[in-house]
Design a binder for this molecule. Structure first.
Ligand SMILES: NC(=O)c1ccc[n+]([C@@H]2O[C@H](COP(=O)([O-])OP(=O)(O)OC[C@H]3O[C@@H](n4cnc5c(N)ncnc54)[C@H](O)[C@@H]3O)[C@@H](O)[C@H]2O)c1
Length: 284
């Protein structure tokens, strides 16, 4: 593909996911019609040792000057709350922290900005296994309940305020069990898979999908995500039921497991290859 046809991708966040995506864009982006246009990070010093000055964006508010086609958020839901609508006035947006959409005002602002600009809001499925199956079942009216349990070692949590600061009740402690909407503000970086499930199943949404956050001292090297869904009872009274368990190796204390890096790259390629913009929120 000729250089001038490459889609310009900007990254917001340069942690585990941001660095992995930047490396892949630099090494193989052009094969997929993509080029890294800039990286912004809250602490700009992090960019200095690995990125040439032309790829560093010092001021997030000035991202429109770089004319991006797609902006990928892999930092914190706060970036979506504060800048999501502004980003959409310039480019499509891939949301890596979908827990941001548990906030009704943020969701409304993004939908309005998307409608006005014609740019798409993509949401990375991240660690959610079976997102398409869930969406299809939901669209057919066959989803009655959906429960997502995320278990990891307490070092992997990034909790807000005093949430989850109580004593560990034995090796496995349930920190939260209830609607996903109620968890996202307190565990914004550990509820993203549940948020993606809420978006995959709009009939249940953030108020109907149940999220369970578990602190498990034995999980020093992995994140475990259980998804359990049920359909309505059939003629025999038995309900359709699916249970999956995803065990993802993760470095101690990491928010993102190894397999999720690959999944995010797949999401970036999928939304980078869309040629017709479609306003609204789409899982990718
Ligand atoms: N959808 C999913 O299933 C899924 C899976 C993994 C990670 N994520 C999310 O993706 C994001 C990035 O993950 P990661 O593993 O790269 O994390 P990380 O901790 O390695 O890096 C986060 C980066 O964002 C920056 N950052 C942190 N808080 C910030 C804030 N308030 N404002 C601006 N920048 C901030 C940090 O400086 C760092 O560069 C997180 O929000 C994480 O929860 C989502």
């Amino acid at each position: 593909m000729a250089e001038q046809n490459l889609k310009k991708v900007g990254l917001l966040g340069y942690g585990r996911l941001g660095q992995a995506l930047a490396t892949r864009l630099l090494t193989e982006g052009s094969q997929h019609g993509l080029e890294l246009a800039f990286v912004w990070n809250r602490d700009p010093r992090r960019l200095q040792s690995t990125l040439p000055p032309a790829l560093r964006l010092p001021d997030l508010g000035a991202l429109g000057d770089r004319s991006p086609d797609l902006v990928v958020e892999v930092a914190h839901p706060k970036i979506i709350h504060d800048f999501g609508a502004q980003i959409l006035s310039h480019a499509d947006l891939l949301v890596g922290s979908p827990s941001a959409l548990a906030d009704r005002d943020t969701e409304r602002q993004l939908l309005e900005a998307s409608r006005k600009s014609g740019h798409s809001v993509f949401v990375a499925r991240g660690a959610l296994w079976g997102a398409e199956d869930i969406s299809q079942l939901d669209a057919s009216g066959g989803l009655q309940s959906l429960r997502v349990t995320m278990a990891t070692h307490p070092d992997g949590f990034r909790l807000e305020g005093t949430f989850g600061r109580g004593p560990q009740e034995g090796p496995r402690t349930v920190l939260y069990e209830g609607p996903v909407r109620g968890l996202c503000p307190f565990a914004p970086r550990n509820s993203n898979t549940m948020a993606a499930a809420a978006l995959a199943a709009p009939s249940l949404g953030f108020d109907g999908v149940v999220g369970v956050l578990v602190s498990d001292l034995s999980l020093t090297d992995r994140h475990v995500i259980d998804v359990e869904l049920r359909g309505p009872p059939g003629p025999s009274g038995q309900s359709f039921c699916v249970r999956t368990q995803r065990e993802n190796p993760a470095e101690p204390g990491a928010v993102t497991g190894s397999a999720t890096l690959t999944t995010f790259w797949g999401s970036l390629l999928a939304c980078g290859s869309r040629s017709t913009p479609k306003p609204g929120i789409q899982l990718c």
